[in-house]
Design a protein around this ligand. Structure first.
Ligand SMILES: [Fe+2]
Ligand SMILES: [Fe+2]
Length: 261
């Protein structure tokens, strides 16, 4: 089975490039199932229902989230009414929705789990390791299991991947918005990349308008991060080829597509 996993979709430029390029990559690589991280899809933080529908209508089959899951509070009102939205599994507080969902992909069960890292992340979470053990102990359905590990620290993501090598099909890092070059398959058949990267405005800082970020980060000025509504887009993703009998990944490669200047 071929799975396309798309990194954090940031704002309007991110949604536009996903809508424009998704069919092209799905056809080019014979993709059966599309997962996308949507935690920044609504103006950089959170996901309103309208944008959830927009991405699903564009061809995304499953949307995962991250530390901005609750930035648009309407999520709590609709997450239980939709079928394809996975929030972080290891939240400390009670929250609607589910952190691990099984999808039927042409008769094959595919589990998608969203785990929030604990290093340099403000949200209070339960142990990512313990949370993942709970998911695995409950799982009797799915051979194929894709984990979106939403975290800041590459080292934490590597440790997590080694801890679960052979137990899941893929552990894919999200959140930093910068794609890493370390996509590979671990010894026991689990695919791993520290970060898939983002879909959004290519000429800014992590998808945001650059001067608004520089003014605050470098010069210490009061500055609200601005998100451009148009501009050159970047599309970051990985393609996975997974054996449907063993659940092990046989190939992983990255997509890093930038629109021309
Ligand atoms: Fe994030
Ligand atoms: Fe993000």
């Amino acid at each position: 089975m071929k799975i396309l996993f798309i990194g954090d979709i940031v704002g309007r430029v991110g949604r536009r490039i996903v809508k424009e390029k998704l069919d092209y990559f799905v056809n080019k690589y014979g993709i059966d199932f599309v997962i996308a991280n949507g935690e920044n899809a609504t103006h950089g933080k959170g996901l309103i229902r309208h944008h959830y529908e927009e991405l699903i209508n564009a061809g995304v089959d499953c949307i995962t989230l991250g530390n901005h899951y609750n930035s648009k509070t309407e999520l709590a009102k609709y997450i239980d009414r939709v079928d394809c939205l996975v929030r972080p599994n290891n939240l400390l507080k009670e929250y609607p929705g589910c952190g691990s969902i099984v999808f039927d992909v042409d008769g094959v069960s595919v589990r998608v789990t969203n785990i929030l890292g604990s290093a340099f992340i403000n949200e209070e979470v339960t142990s990512p390791y313990g949370s993942m053990l709970d998911v695995l102990s409950d799982d009797e359905e799915a051979i194929i299991h894709i984990v979106d590990y939403h975290g800041e620290a590459t080292g934490e993501k590597q440790c997590f991947a080694y801890a679960f090598d052979g137990k899941v099909s893929a552990i894919l890092g999200t959140h930093t918005h910068v794609q890493t070059k370390d996509a590979h398959i671990l010894e026991n058949g689990t695919a791993f990349i520290s970060d898939v990267g983002m879909c959004g405005f290519a000429d800014g800082v992590l998808g945001f308008e650059r001067n608004s970020v520089i003014n605050k980060t470098i010069y210490g000025k009061q500055s609200k991060f601005e998100l451009p509504n148009e501009g050159r887009g970047l599309f970051s993703a990985v393609v996975l080829d997974i054996n449907e009998i063993t659940g092990k990944c046989e190939e992983i490669f990255n997509i890093y597509f930038e629109e021309e200047k």
